[in-house]
Design a protein around this ligand. Structure first.
Ligand code: SF4
Length: 148
């Protein structure tokens, strides 16, 4: 199934019924979906984790891009209600997920203090202590227990 992929690490903001004005963060490859599930309804399409080398968001680049975007929309109608980890697959499989959450909290506090840090996750990495600890710092922790 062909799917839709986000072509940037930081995308939107978009309006979400659940989250309001939501600035998206994609930690996964820009040219391929990367997930440990393969849900038939996935909007990113079919999972094929063997397709070449997966290039994930680099922590420092992401921090810079997120800071620039938050500064750009600060004080405008696009100031976010949420900074949401979603994108081209499962965000918690990024090896630097915990550090990236810390960076995001720092930037949120500085540029968008009213934004809730949110995540859409498939809950498969909850047994990893570092991931679980990072998720406890997230304001809207949307874990879907699903089976592909
Ligand atoms: S868990 Fe999410 S990203 Fe992964 S296949 Fe299912 S819907 Fe797609």
């Amino acid at each position: 199934m062909a799917g839709f992929l986000f072509d940037n690490m930081v995308f939107g903001p978009v309006f979400s019924r659940r989250l309001g004005v939501s600035l998206g963060v994609n930690l996964l490859p820009l040219d391929n979906k990367y997930c440990n599930f393969n849900c038939v309804y996935c909007e990113c399409g079919w999972t094929d984790n063997k397709q070449g080398k997966m290039i994930l968001a680099k922590r420092e680049n992401l921090k810079q891009q997120l800071a620039e975007k938050l500064k750009e929309i600060q004080g405008t109608v696009n100031e976010p209600d949420a900074i949401t980890f979603a994108g081209n697959g499962e965000p918690t499989i990024h090896p630097q997920f915990a550090g990236i959450i810390d960076d995001t909290i720092e930037l949120r506090d500085k540029y968008a203090p009213n934004a809730a840090i949110s995540i859409l996750s498939n809950a498969t990495m909850l047994d990893r202590p570092k991931v679980a600890e990072a998720l406890r710092k997230v304001d809207k922790n949307i874990q879907k227990l699903i089976r592909g």
